[in-house]
Design a protein around this ligand. Structure first.
Ligand code: UDP
Length: 355
């Protein structure tokens, strides 16, 4: 059986942690590498270049077409040759391609939103909300990484079919180590919704000097990294820029905790990476972190700068607590190993294809 996967705007081959390339690329790489043991997988990505053979049954197909109709036609061309069993679109821009191929392909259509515009707590893009609504109403199944998000989608669109399968983590790449540090780490694309400025504000309320290491590059033009840097002037903040995903593990080892000050986080892969590394996570309770971190692998608080600072202070002054919450996180992270997540996807795809 051959799967058609669409990742229109970001290539899983691109370096992660800046620009458009973030958690979704990590998810697509790991998920389909695993699924290519059981299925033939074609991933359609916008861009020029030859077909990239990632493994015996795993290809990335570059489509050099800006126009959505032409992009969709290219998928149809491949379908007439390979007869895909299903199509899975990732993110709304790929979902928009799904809207064009749906009805022509006559195969099941699954969609993962990755971020749900209407659920964001900062100013939202109205046009995108409308397109996302059309996508979830038209596809056969929405796949969501948290049950919190699944219920939110069900509440908004009661007739839509949604299931939850979490994202995963590579527990052999991210391994535990002794937590001998009180410093803090931020990992993520730098854009307003990730709340780095809230964390910088929180540093001013800390009881003692705690070093913050910031990993990640600028994501969009609507934030200027040099403004953020000058905002942090005089504080113990080191900006490392984008770091190769393979090298991140050392950074988790060198920190006492990960802080995720995001206003909105559909899932928050970095939280899971910190858990696998036995590092507690501080963040906001209304985000997707609630489902992975819970109340025993870090401290999640109501969104407010002082609450964030209090949680950081608590962990910074208690090495045993950091170690205990970190160890709990590691134990929980093992459940999210990609092999488990791939198994859940495989079962779901097989069931859909059988039906
Ligand atoms: N990341 C990375 N290098 C960086 C910054 C981030 O490899 O410099 C990775 C990080 O390890 C995580 C992903 O980018 O796997 C971010 O995923 P997350 O779900 O936290 O945020 P998203 O980008 O999806 O909003």
């Amino acid at each position: 059986m051959r799967l058609c996967v669409v990742s229109y705007h970001s290539s899983p081959l691109a370096p992660v942690g800046a620009g458009k390339s973030g958690g979704m690329s990590i998810v697509i790489r790991n998920l389909y590498r695993g699924l290519a043991q059981s299925f033939d997988v074609d991933i359609f990505v916008r861009g020029d270049g030859p077909i990239c053979q990632m493994g015996p049954r795993f290809r990335i197909i570059h489509v050099d077409r800006r126009d959505s109709y032409e992009f969709a036609e290219e998928i149809m061309r491949h379908h007439s040759k390979h007869q895909y069993g299903l199509i899975h679109t990732h993110y709304w821009l790929s979902g928009a391609i799904g809207l064009l191929t749906h009805g022509l392909l006559k195969i099941p259509w699954l969609h993962t939103l990755h971020t749900v515009e209407i659920l964001k707590t900062i100013p939202r893009d109205k046009a995108r909300i409308e397109v996302e609504e059309e996508i979830v109403r038209s596809c056969d199944l929405v796949v969501s990484p948290t049950s919190q998000e699944m219920y939110a989608i069900k509440k908004l669109y009661p007739d839509v079919q949604v299931i939850t399968i979490p994202h995963g983590v590579d527990v052999r790449r991210f391994t535990p180590s002794q937590n001998g540090h009180s410093d803090i780490l931020f990992v993520g694309r730098i854009e307003p919704i990730k709340g780095l400025h809230v964390l910088i504000d929180a540093l001013r309320y800390l009881k003692r000097d705690i070093r913050l290491t910031v990993i990640g590059g600028q994501s969009k033009d609507d934030i200027n990294l040099s403004d953020i840097k000058s905002y942090a002037a005089g504080l113990e903040v080191e900006f490392k820029g984008q770091v190769n995903h393979q090298e991140l593990r050392e950074h988790y080892h060198r920190t006492g905790m990960l802080v995720v000050p995001s206003y909105y986080e559909s899932f928050g892969l970095v939280g899971l990476e910190a858990m696998a590394s036995a590092r507690p996570v501080v963040g906001f309770v209304h985000t997707g972190l609630r489902e992975t971190i819970g109340n025993d692998a870090g401290i999640l608080v109501n969104m407010n700068t002082r609450n964030l600072a209090r949680a950081i202070n608590t962990l910074a002054s208690d090495a045993r607590l950091r170690q205990r919450l970190g160890n709990n996180g590691r134990k929980k992270a093992l459940r999210y190993d990609w092999s488990n997540v791939v198994r859940q996807y495989r079962r779901m795809y097989e069931k859909i294809i059988e039906e």
